[in-house]
Design a protein around this ligand. Sequence first.
Ligand code: ZN
Ligand code: ZN
Length: 70
Amino acid sequence: MSDEKGWRRCSACKNFIERGSTYWVCNVSTCNRKRTALVFCSVTCWEVHLPEANHRESWAEERTAPMTSD
Ligand SMILES: [Zn+2]
Ligand SMILES: [Zn+2]
């Protein structure tokens, strides 16, 4: 799946994450499986998934979106 406008969409608010911009991922490995791979445009959006994810200990990790599509 490739998107013309951005790299991916935020898993919470569905806004586009632009190529080369900062985004956030969950540190928990089950949130980063290739098929589920949650990405968030902000820490606030990452916090949205916490109640249903039920992590014991978690934090958001800062990443930079690639300039090329992958
Ligand atoms: Zn978002
Ligand atoms: Zn998570």
